[in-house]
Design a binder for this molecule. Structure first.
Ligand SMILES: [Zn+2]
Length: 436
């Protein structure tokens, strides 16, 4: 029996799905305008691990897991303007990078990856319904959700009105009936990405995207809704209000699961603070994705995770030990102690410590694989360990060749590395590499 901590109930509850043949899980995905940092990778790895556990427990085809791609947003528009390209150039590039980076961390792509720009119809339909029911109103080309129309608003974050207004950092706008009201639709000026709607040409607000896509792909009420702690308010509170008001009171999700932050020193890792470390950087330094995955799973998902070099080094040492002990045995049966630990609110630190006590090599391998670890053979793992310096040296050689306009030599180095499974990527900050 899996038990999960539900943010709304503020306690661990037994996870009993509505329909065990089709368990539904939605996780708020990336806004694709820049490279993901390791804090962004945490929910991807945490919910990938939860998905593995659910599939183990209920069957390989039991889960419908959706993670959206926010590909229309003011930050995307700004990034596109800065580069003088269409927004799609930005969103295609960074979605590709996101999938590569998460793939390197052993994250299986979700079953459904809805894109906001492909689902505008469903959003317009939901907004129209909210307007018709008196929960939203049009004002100066905008459509706003009227927060006082929903007496249950605040049910997830348990905040009173004053705390909500402070937490939402609400934008004061003359067309708002109430300062807490939030945008469902906003006008797009000329030359800005937009779609025709009953309220003129415009684009959706962020919150409505998730509500509309959950309804379209998974249903009115889903089993698990996940995301980072920072999404509880206002994003998830707003999703709940929109969906419940549009669906005659049906709850949006039965379990609300939130992961904690990755910290850098005393601060949360975030783009706006400029203190980010990306999986791409770490992979370029020669760390392997599996090491980063283990580092991300080394703390309980609800706890803050301080990111340090020592953490990464420890994760590497732990993996070396696991690979040494597992050898090249076939995967056997998963250890019950590991399953019990994961079933208790995804207690990955306990699961990892139980792994260290599993004696049978085949069982160790199968148990680690449930966590998305020990995906290569021991031989591969130890072979590819010490060659990061050699790869860096070849990259310098190639840069030198390019500087001398000896492109044939540069291409040859790239091809030779490719034959060894090393892919080079040229960017504005130089060349990075990753394993295929
Ligand atoms: Zn969302």
């Amino acid at each position: 029996m899996i038990r999960l901590y539900d943010t709304m109930a503020r306690e661990k509850r037994p996870f009993v799905p509505l329909n065990p043949q089709r368990i539904t899980m939605y996780v708020c995905g990336p806004t694709v305008y820049g490279r993901a940092h390791i804090g962004n990778a945490r929910p991807a790895v945490v919910f990938d691990t939860l998905a593995r556990l659910i599939r183990h427990e209920f069957g390989a085809n039991s889960l419908a897991y959706a993670r959206n791609v926010t590909d229309v947003d003011d930050k995307i528009i700004a990034a596109a303007e800065a580069e003088g390209v269409e927004p799609a150039v930005i969103t295609d590039r960074y979605e590709r990078h996101y999938l590569e980076d998460m793939g390197a961390l052993g994250v299986t792509p979700p079953d459904i990856a809805p894109h906001a720009t492909q689902e505008i119809g469903a959003m317009v339909e939901m907004i129209e319904r909210l307007v018709g029911l008196g929960h939203a109103y049009e004002a100066e080309g905008h459509v706003l959700f009227h927060v006082p129309s929903d007496p249950q608003y605040g049910v997830l974050s348990h905040r009173d009105r004053e705390a909500m207004l402070a937490g939402a950092r609400v934008e004061v706008a003359p067309y708002k009936r109430d300062p807490a009201d939030f945008v469902l639709w906003k006008p797009s000026g000329e030359g800005v990405i937009g779609w025709d709607s009953p309220w003129g040409r415009g684009r959706p607000g962020w919150h409505i995207e998730c509500s509309a896509m959950i309804r379209a792909h998974l249903g009115e009420t889903i089993d698990i809704h996940g995301g980072g702690l920072d999404l509880i308010f206002p994003h998830h509170e707003n999703e709940i209000a929109q969906s419940r008001c549009a669906h005659a009171g049906a709850p949006l999700a039965r379990f609300w699961v939130h992961n904690g932050f990755v910290d850098m020193g005393a601060e949360k890792m975030s783009k706006s603070l400029g203190n980010i470390v990306t999986p791409a950087d770490l992979l370029a330094q020669g760390h392997r994705g599996e090491t980063l995955r283990l580092a991300l799973l080394s703390a309980h998902y609800r706890q803050p995770l301080p990111w340090t070099e020592a953490l990464v080094a420890q994760a590497k040492a732990t993996l070396d030990g696991l690979y040494r002990r597992a050898g090249d045995d076939q995967a056997g049966d998963i250890d019950e102690g590991v399953i019990d630990a994961l079933s208790d609110d995804l207690n990955t630190p306990l699961a990892l410590s139980r792994l260290s006590a599993v004696e049978d090599a085949g069982s160790l391998k199968a148990s680690a694989q449930l966590l998305g670890l020990l995906q290569s053979s021991a031989e591969q793992w130890f072979q590819s360990g010490g060659d990061a310096d050699a790869i860096e040296a070849r990259i310098s050689e190639r840069a030198e060749a390019k500087k001398n306009r000896d492109f044939a030599a540069a291409d040859r180095i790239r091809d030779e590395l490719k034959a060894d499974g090393i892919v080079l990527e040229d960017g504005p900050g130089g060349t990075t590499w990753r394993r295929e």
